[in-house]
Design a protein around this ligand. Structure first.
Ligand code: UD1
Ligand code: CA
Length: 474
């Protein structure tokens, strides 16, 4: 549903210097999505008639994220005049001339705020006579935030930024959350009055509040239910805290949906991941990106899945996997490395110290031990011997291998691609397979073994080996 009287301005033009990063602050990942994407998702849920995102630093990368997440948002480029006030001034100038509603301003670095909180906030503003409403909070540590300054009668008077505050003002516990609702006309008038006459040399949006009060308008501060909802991210310590809080909420959500999480503190689940009821996550497990895990699967301990699909009742133990699809009741690990394009059929196995890449391994087929399978297909119910290498790279090009169904390959084989092994074929231990193997054949190419009797006594006399040979009496 569209709220025709609502416009949203997302502030995303700041540099984020306190992050000390080459990556813009708002693009740092949080639960698998850029910080700003969380804010854009919330903005989207409000169904505003107009959304404007203000960008400047790394504008192309930010604009690309906005275009992807919230294509209905207009993008405004902030000029060289710094500050949140300037950003809103330019956003307001970009609103259509016939718009005459409320303007919700949200900081792009306040990612945990949810749409429900904003819906109540908007309702509180509209039920009041105030020309501006500010979301406030009382966090454990107010350092860095603008303080809400009230006059003696308790009325909200103005906001003072940390860097401009007196000691008495710094002692105020109530802070500005960075979320505001303004009537458009009042906002427009006061934005025009802003100056850069402050400690940071910026046009502060927060000064609009004091100016409105001086002009005789009413402003109110609505406290948020819990301070973590409006945690702002300025540095990496705050990013870490927000990530931990969001993860705890996500983990709890999945627990209540029927997922066993043995150790929530060491389990990380990205926002877009999906888990069915009766999935079990063991300690040290990360379910990242758009990973989907079906019912009954047991993941972990110490497993990282990125953009994977795990079938029902599969077991994935001590594994690192990206863009892999694992069938129902299949088994992976421990110590397996599954790279993009790995498909393991139902009931299949990728075992200890096995690496796979672009490998389709059919239902019931097994690669149990110490192998590399790259650019290959394996049919159903085949067994790849221990220590097998699919030699897919000739130093210039990659080639593929095709192993049929019901194949049994010997230990320590090398399959030199391109190669084809027919259904039901066998290969001997240690074979270096360079030619196709027809269905039902046994391929061997290791030289026959010769035993040189008495060689050790003759050539290594007096050694422990020679003595042991003599003592064996054989
Ligand atoms: C701001 C508020 C502060 C509040 C805090 C809440 C101001 C002056 N101060 O401080 O009262 O307690 O948020 O988290 O607004 N931005 C622009 N253009 C700019 C500067 C910033 O778009 O020129 C954007 C940033 O990308 C960011 C947001 O505005 O998303 C807030 O900027 P930031 O510099 O982080 O402000 P704070 O110091 O946190
Ligand atoms: Ca901030």
């Amino acid at each position: 549903m569209t709220d025709s009287r609502l416009a949203i301005v997302v502030l995303a033009a700041g540099q984020g210097t306190r992050m000390k990063s080459n990556l813009p602050k708002l693009l740092h990942p949080l639960a698998g999505l850029p910080v700003v994407s969380h804010v854009l998702a919330t903005a989207k849920a409000l169904g505003a008639a107009h959304v404007i995102t203000v960008v400047r630093f790394d504008r192309d990368r930010l604009a690309a994220v906005v275009a992807e997440d919230l294509p209905e948002s207009a993008i405004v480029d902030q000029d060289e005049i710094p500050g949140t006030g300037r950003a809103v001034e330019q956003a307001v100038a970009a609103l259509p001339a016939d718009f005459d509603g409320d303007v919700l301003v949200v900081n792009g670095d306040v990612p945990l705020l949810d749409a429900d909180t904003l819906i109540s906030f908007i309702a509180a503003h509209r039920a009041s006579a105030a020309s501006a409403t500010v979301l406030s909070a009382v966090p454990d540590d107010a350092t860095g935030y603008g303080r809400i300054i009230r006059s003696e009668d308790g009325a909200f008077d103005r906001i003072v930024e940390q860097k401009d505050a007196t000691d008495a003002e710094l002692a105020v516990a109530e802070i500005n959350a960075g979320v505001y609702l303004f009537g458009l006309a009042a906002l427009r008038d006061q934005l025009a009055q802003l100056t850069t006459d402050n400690a940071q040399g910026e046009k502060y949006l927060t000064d609009v509040i004091g100016l409105l009060r001086r002009a005789g308008s009413e402003v109110t501060a609505v406290p948020v239910a819990e301070a973590w909802l409006v945690a702002g991210i300025n540095d990496r310590a705050q990013l870490g805290e927000a990530a931990a809080k969001l993860n705890a909420l996500i983990v709890r959500g999945w627990q209540l949906a029927g997922v066993t999480v043995q150790d929530p503190a060491t389990t990380w689940i990205d926002l877009r991941a999906k888990l069915a009821a009766d999935v079990t996550l063991l300690p040290g497990t990360q379910i990242l990106g758009s990973t989907v895990v079906e019912t009954g699967a047991v993941i972990g301990p110490d497993t990282t899945l990125t953009d994977c699909e795990i079938g029902s009742s599969a077991v994935v133990k001590r594994t690192d996997a990206t863009l892999a699809v694992i069938g129902a009741e299949a088994s992976v690990g421990p110590f397996s490395y599954l790279r993009p394009g790995t498909y393991l059929g139902a009931d299949g196995k990728i075992g200890a110290f096995v690496e796979t890449k672009n490998a389709k391994i059919g239902a019931g087929s097994k690669v149990p031990h110490l192998s590399y399978v790259g650019d290959a297909t394996v049919g159903v119910e085949s067994n790849i011997g221990a220590g097998t290498i699919f030699a897919n790279y000739d130093g210039v090009n990659k080639h593929s291998s095709e192993i049929g169904s019901y194949v049994r390959t010997g230990s320590h084989n090398v399959f030199v691609a391109p190669i084809r092994i027919g259904d039901g074929a066998y290969t001997g231990a240690g074979a270096v397979v360079r030619k196709d193997v027809p269905s039902g054949s046994l391929a061997i190419n290791v030289a026959p073994q010769r035993n040189m009797d008495g060689w050790v006594q003759a050539n290594r006399p007096g050694t422990d080996a020679a003595k042991a040979a003599v003592e064996s009496g054989e």
